[in-house]
Design a protein around this ligand. Sequence first.
Ligand SMILES: [Zn+2]
Ligand SMILES: [Zn+2]
Length: 723
Amino acid sequence: MYAQVLVEIKAKNIDKTFTYLVPKNIEENIKIGSRVLVPFGNQKIEGFVLELEKNKTFDYKVKEIISLIDENPVLNEELLQLGKYISKKTICNLINAYETMLPTALKAKHNTTINKKYVSYLSLNMEYNEALNHCKNESQKEIIKELIQEQKKADLNKISLSSIKTLLKNNIIKEEIKEEYRLNNCIEKQTTDIQLTKEQINTIDTINKENNFKTFLIHGVTGSGKTEVYMNLIEHVLLEKKEAIVLVPEISLTPQLVNTFRKRFGSNVAVLHSGLSNGEKYDEWRKIERKEVSIVIGARSAIFAPFTNIGIIIIDEEHSSTYKQENNPKYNAKDIAIFRGRYHNCKIVLGSATPSIESYTRAKLKDYELCLMENRINNEMPKITLIDMKQEYRTGNTILSSLLKEKINEKIKNNEQIILLLNRRGYTTITVCKECGYTLKCPNCDIPLTYHKSSNTCRCHYCGYGAKKLIACPNCNSKEINDSGIGTEKLEQYIIDNIENSKVIRMDVDTTSTKGSHEKIIKEFENKNYNILIGTQMISKGLDFPSVTLVGVINGDATLNIPDFRSAERTFQLLNQVSGRSGRSTLKGEVIIQGFNIDHYSILNAKNNDYDQFYKQELDIRKKLKYSPYFNLCLIKIKSKNINDCFTEGNKIVNYLKNKNMKDTIILGPSACNMPKINNIYHIQIIIKFKNTENIIKELNYLNELYRLNKVIVDIDLSPIRI
Ligand SMILES: [Zn+2]
Ligand SMILES: [Zn+2]
């Protein structure tokens, strides 16, 4: 028997498979999708078996497979097909597509060292008294006493290893090796009696009626009870003995949601996200593969959970950009969900308070079925007030407006809680010499450095470069150095200094770098040890604190300044999401949004909580400017240490594409990216707007192949989430 094996090598045409002879001893166990170790040149490398051929002869000498790595194939029929789909859809190598679907421990790479975790259990091999009689010393007797009641984990720190060995050798005790999962998800199931609202019941009924592949979009305001709907839908699917995948944007930010699921479904839930160690991920993956759980909840990559009988795939906060992977393969979990939904003939449920323009358009076109949930369960929507900071500046308020300050004081007095969003970390965001205008910038990225007071350094948020705080200007020696711009650190300091009885906790990248720190901050705030939570956008999603009655947004219009066609959409989403944290329980909520450009339609519509009006206005602009959903986009980034090389190759590519005269296609560039230089690498971009993928895919594949081994990096993204 011969096998066609896909391996990872840096050469042209790498999707080619290589033929190997299957040794007799593994003929029975080798399957399509198995991982094998093969000789390649003078190396030994791992690869995936893509085909098996029985009756074939070769007129050259075929090398033999060295060994079969796993008992069962790591890629099943569905995942094998899915890899081909990803490879085609995102223009990536087939082997990269397969590897992205597997946990690190199962990737076809050399030196994988993640293994199953085994624990040794000891127990008596005879009656207690008899065992005691056999003991030669006190240490052995201690061990027997330890083991009198039950099997125990052999804890080598506490007991003498040599005594155990002797007892084992003499058959007085016995050892059993058991595999143990690193994560223990055991939470007591809690039964709850929840009265569903009419809207929840309608949505559940509509979706449960469907038995075939179909995509639903739940457009439900913040606090309308989408999570409860998801759990009901899953219960229905479990009754049919099917499985459920639930995706959330960033699981470490939403520990409350995971807990809610565990309380409902107990140990039937596996969790997959980037915060887990490789060993933990491997264990969770195997719980799924061995069918020990029927539900997986996780971030983007959980979409590849190796379930074989999926009944429903739920994507919460479907508008979130985290569902798109920005490295190769640049897949979008929503596309993968739809592929798997078709394969399993199951339902897909997308949920959001602010659906992406693209998804909402599909719903309008009846491609998706729209389910509306327009009311909160417990309360009405919070009242939102806009504050023009241009006016406030005149009265000397540069950080907090008088109204926001007044409201914060009021809430603290009432023993209620406050969330303040400022989407910028650090203390001050720009350092300028007053004399000559010199700005302190990152030498690698050419952008202003942010001053961090806690570490007393100026840092680049792109490449990590750090510099000391300026005492004198390096250009003119003046000591008149001005720090301006405000980050979360400075806001925290300001609140502590200016608001009486404030107890502030801050959540941003700087305070959450250690494992478990998100959960800790959330717990502390939940337990009301603090009355103000300050944070960047990571506090805008999914959090649910019943005592929060005020949300304040500082610089609510800052995201509008990012030159990306989705800036307005992102601003609307962010303001809507963070506003949704206020007044979620029975207490009435308020929101105050401060900004300089508060007349922008994204902010006005956020204030009125008017998604439909926002959608209409945004769609008009997209149509005029020929952006999605009217045109598809492709972003080609060209990266090099040498900016001239970037433009030379960029112009070559543009000319090549223009000469092809592709139908309904607009080619823009080459031009500098928003961040033209990161870590000393120059970035330039070409944007292609097109109607039909088929028209351009051949040319993109050609370019991808052409530049594969070039010193200039050409990076193609067929559905960019950021420009
Ligand atoms: Zn100067
Ligand atoms: Zn930098």
